[in-house]
Design a protein around this ligand. Structure first.
Ligand code: S3P
Length: 424
C-alpha cells in the first residue's frame, strides 16, 4: 500500500493509544508458562504479537478470544512439541524470548522468520544460552535455528549490551534452570519482564542493573496491557512540530525504562504535560497533553539510549525541526533492528531535505530546516521507518509518497485511523 502525505493543519483532539507491543508479547508468553488460565485485555493486535500468539498455540496452549479486546490463555498442560517450524515473522522479540523458553524444554523446536529477521544477529542470545547448557544448531548465528531441549543450569552473565531481549531470554531460560541465574547489563534496558515476573510470583531480586532469579513457577494473573509509548512517540512529535497543534494522548505507558523520549523532548523545550498518572497491571500509565513547541537541539547519548532506542528514528525527525545541532551517539545497535535504522533514516530524511549526517553510532542533524518533500520514500520493510517518515511528511512543503506503508501493521495497525481523528 503506497500513501501520499501532505503538509498538515494543526493537530487537535484526543486519542487512546493502543497496546504496548513489548508488554503484549510478555503477557502471552509468560501466561503460556503457567499451570492455569489467564485473561489478557487490551492486547496489541500488531502482526508481531500475533506471531507470538500463533507460536504458543503451536506449542499446545489453548487461546480463546472472548471478544475483540479480551482473550483467555489456558496453559493447564505443559508445553508440547510443535509439529512444524515456529514462524516468528518479523519479530525479534518473539525470536529471542522464545529461544529462552524453548532451550529448557523436553522437546526440540525450530524458529524461522522473514527476510529481515533472518538477517538479524542471534549470537547475543545463543552464546549465553549455550553457557547455560542449551543445544542450538544455527548457521552463522542467524535464523533458522534448531533448539534441542536440554536441562539448563543457572549462570552469572554480564551482558555487553543493554538489551531487554537478551535479558528476557536469559531470565526465561533461568525460570527453568537449576540454581540461580544472575544477569547484569551496562545500562538498564526496559524492565517489563522483571515487573511481570514479580507480578506473577517469580523468585526475583532486582538490584540496580543486576537481576537474580531462582528457578520459579509463574502464576496465572489477569493482565491489562497499557498503551505503547513507542506508538505514542509518533503523535507526540507530530504535535510538537506541526504549528498550532494541541492534542491529548490517553493510556500511555510511562515506565521509567521507556520514557526517555519524554525526558529528551522536554529537554528540547517540548510542551508535554503528564496527567492522571496511575498503575495498570504493575505498569505506570498516564495521559499526555502535547502542544506545538519551538524545539531546541540536544545531545542524546549514554544511559538514556536504551530508554528511547525505538524512538530514535522519529526523534531524528524532531531534530530536523529543532534550532541548533542535535547529536545522537551510542546507538550503534540501531543498525541491527528491522532495518539498518541509521542508514535508512539518513537516506530518507536527506531526500526530504534535512541536513543530516550519519555516524557509525548515530547522527548529526542541523536544524531548523524547512523540509521540501516532493519525493518518494522507501520504508525498508521497517514499520518505524514508515511511521517516522509519515511524521516528517506532515511538515514538508510539498506532498511525499511513502511506498509499502503496510509495514505499519507490524506494531501499529491503528496508526492511519488515529491520525485521521486528530487531523480532520
Ligand atoms: C524489545 C527490546 C528492544 C526494542 C524492541 C523490543 C523488547 O530491543 O528495540 O523493539 O520487547 O524486549 P533490544 O532489547 O534488542 O534493544
Amino acid at each position: 500500500m503506497d500513501i501520499t502525505i501532505e503538509k498538515s493543519k494543526p493537530l487537535k483532539g484526543s486519542i487512546i493509544i493502543p497496546a504496548d507491543k513489548s508488554i503484549t508479547h510478555r503477557a502471552f508468553m509468560f501466561s503460556a508458562l503457567t499451570k492455569g488460565k489467564a485473561k489478557i485485555s487490551d492486547f496489541s493486535k500488531g502482526a508481531d504479537c500475533m506471531s507470538t500468539l500463533n507460536i504458543i498455540k503451536q506449542l499446545g496452549v489453548n487461546v480463546e478470544f472472548l471478544n475483540e479486546k479480551e482473550l483467555i490463555i489456558d496453559a493447564c498442560n505443559a508445553l508440547r512439541s510443535p509439529k512444524e517450524a515456529l514462524d516468528c515473522g518479523n519479530s525479534g522479540t518473539t525470536t529471542r524470548l522464545m529461544a529462552g523458553i524453548l532451550a529448557g524444554q523436553h522437546f526440540n523446536s525450530k524458529l524461522t522468520g522473514d527476510i529481515s529477521l533472518s538477517k538479524r544477529p542471534m549470537k547475543r542470545v545463543i552464546a549465553p544460552l549455550e553457557m547455560m547448557g542449551a543445544k542450538i544448531k544455527h548457521n552463522d548465528y542467524k535464523l533458522p535455528i534448531e533448539i534441542f531441549g536440554s536441562n539448563l543450569n543457572g549462570i552469572k552473565y554480564i551482558s555487553p549490551l543493554a538489551s531487554a531481549q537478551v535479558k528476557s531470554c536469559i531470565l526465561l531460560a533461568g525460570l527453568n534452570a537449576d540454581g540461580q541465574t544472575i544477569f547484569s547489563e551496562p545500562y538498564k534496558s526496559r524492565n517489563h519482564t522483571e515487573l511481570m515476573f514479580e507480578y506473577m510470583g517469580a523468585d526475583i531480586t532486582i538490584n540496580n542493573n543486576t537481576i537474580t532469579l531462582k528457578k520459579s513457577q509463574l502464576n496465572p494473573v489477569e493482565i491489562t496491557v497499557c498503551g505503547d509509548i513507542s506508538s505514542a512517540a509518533f503523535f507526540i512529535i507530530a504535535a510538537l512540530i506541526v504549528p498550532g497543534s494541541d492534542i491529548i494522548l490517553r493510556n500511555v505507558g510511562i515506565n521509567e525504562t521507556r520514557s526517555g523520549i519524554i525526558d529528551i523532548l522536554k529537554a528540547m523545550n517540548g510542551s508535554i504535560e503528564i496527567q492522571n498518572e496511575r498503575v495498570i497491571s504493575n505498569e505506570k500509565v498516564a495521559d499526555l497533553r502535547v502542544k506545538y513547541s519551538d524545539l531546541k537541539a540536544v545531545t542524546i547519548e549514554g544511559s538514556i539510549i536504551p530508554r528511547l532506542i525505538d524512538e530514535i528514528p522519529v526523534i531524528a525527525v524532531a531534530a530536523t525541526q529543532a534550532e541548533g545541532t542535535t547529536i545522537i551517539k551510542d546507538a550503534q545497535d540501531l543498525r541491527n533492528k528491522e532495518a539498518d535504522r541509521i542508514s535508512a533514516v539518513k537516506t530518507e530524511l536527506f531526500k526530504l531535505g534535512a541536513d543530516i549526517e550519519e555516524t557509525q553510532d548515530g547522527f548529526i542533524i542541523n536544524g531548523k530546516k524547512q523540509l521540501k518533500g516532493d519525493c518518494e520514500i522507501e520504508c525498508y520493510n521497517d514499520h518505524r521507518i514508515a511511521m517516522s517518515c509519515y511524521v516528517a511528511g506532515l511538515v514538508c512543503k510539498k506532498p511525499i509518497k511513502i511506498n509499502e506503508f503496510q509495514w505499519v501493521n507490524i506494531s501499529f495497525p491503528e496508526f492511519l485511523n488515529l491520525f485521521s481523528l486528530i487531523n480532520s
